[in-house]
Design a protein around this ligand. Structure first.
Ligand code: PLP
Length: 355
């Protein structure tokens, strides 16, 4: 490259040296076999897709910077105050904002080991120190985590990639007794939990006990539009509003999320498909001798010492899954719950359905 020798070539900050680009789950040729990214196999609600022509036609106009309509809808849905809600470009953006405001440049974070990847990567990127506490029985080691002094403690509930759920009283107890200043509970998959809404601490987040992250990417099938939200004390919401990019959530995403929130019919179909096929998927693998972790999410973790072999065998059948190694659990494979077409691909595998 061409530069004058007396001017230093820009170098990334030293703590960024070992970071690698995010490796997304690989898509399958037939999209019904794309089970590497926990996407919603039933897609978004059909009426949501139809309604998006309106905001698309308004593309020349900036979106509502604060997503007022969506905030109002979320507030009504959960009976929480509007000033406890902040909408973001996926919950990933909100993780970034939380870390920027409360832990960056010399602060600290505690999370599980393995964590949801961005609970570690964003703090590292922003110069926060990260303490990772190994899982116990595939769930958070809350007792050890609570003793770690930090600016933010991230809990992932249910946990990605294991599917383990922490009960509401334990989450609240953690927030109350943890040495971390702020507990952030990432509830990306909470709609899939058996207890449904009762498994969420969203009300306690609105009351200021902790912070909760939710997303439209999984249960609502809008991963491609990028929209999520944070529920937290109004002082936290105001702080993040002051540092965020004003138009990060586009108008199509806002409209889609608003309509999705009210679609009970599609939602119950998604829950039903997930409960039914998650059980069948786990049973198929268990009958063939694999250990499958109990899951409260829209994926299962299959323990398989010959991880690469299993990934390859599934790939040959047109099914793409996530290797555990890439998620911090070598000797495992994470499989998203398919739709009925995807399930049929598993049923047809001779090596998975003996006799
Ligand atoms: C998928 C996932 C997210 C991603 O959310 P976006 O809203 O798509 O950014 C957040 N947290 C966890 C634990 C996830 O698995």
């Amino acid at each position: 490259m061409n530069h004058t020798p007396d001017v230093a070539w820009p170098r990334p900050r030293p703590w960024l040296a070992h970071l690698q680009p995010y490796v997304a789950g690989a898509p399958a040729r037939d999209r019904n076999g794309s089970l590497a990214s926990n996407e919603n196999a039933l897609g978004p609600a059909p009426r949501v897709v139809t309604a998006l022509q309106g905001p698309l036609a308004d593309a020349a106009r900036y979106p509502d910077a604060l997503a007022t309509g969506l905030v109002r809808k979320i507030a009504a849905e959960y009976s929480i105050p509007e000033d406890t809600i902040l909408v973001g470009n996926g919950s990933d953006e909100l993780i970034q904002l939380l870390v920027t405001a409360y832990a960056a440049f010399g602060g600290s974070v505690v999370c599980a080991d393995p964590p949801y990847q961005l609970h570690e990567k964003l703090p590292v990127t922003l110069g926060a120190e990260v303490t990772k506490v190994p899982l116990v029985d595939w769930g958070h080691d809350l007792r050890t985590m609570r003793g770690v002094a930090a600016d933010i403690a991230f809990l992932c509930n249910p946990h990605n990639p294991t599917g383990a759920l922490i009960a509401v009283p334990e989450v609240r107890d953690f927030a109350r007794t943890s040495r971390a200043s702020l507990t952030v509970v990432d509830e990306a998959y909470i709609e899939y939990a058996d207890a449904g809404h009762a498994a969420s601490v969203i009300q306690h987040a609105a009351a200021g006990e902790l912070a909760v992250l939710r997303t439209f990417s999984k249960f609502y099938g809008l991963a491609g539009l990028r929209v999520g939200y944070l529920v937290a004390d109004p002082a936290i919401i105001r702080t993040l509003q002051a540092i965020r990019l004003p138009f990060s959530v586009n108008r199509v995403a806002q409209e889609a999320a608003e309509l999705s929130l009210g679609d009970e019919e599609h939602g119950s179909g998604v829950r039903e498909n997930n409960a039914l096929l998650r059980t069948e998927l786990a049973e198929l693998f268990r009958r063939s001798g694999y250990e499958v972790l109990p899951s409260q999410a829209n994926f299962v973790l299959v323990l398989a010492e010959e991880e690469e072999h299993l990934v390859e065998r599934l790939r040959e059948a047109g099914i793409r899954v996530r290797p555990g190694t890439s998620l911090g659990i070598p000797g495992a494979v994470r499989i998203s719950v398919p739709n009925s077409v995807g399930m049929e691909m598993f049923r047809g595998l001779p090596w998975l359905t003996p006799n």
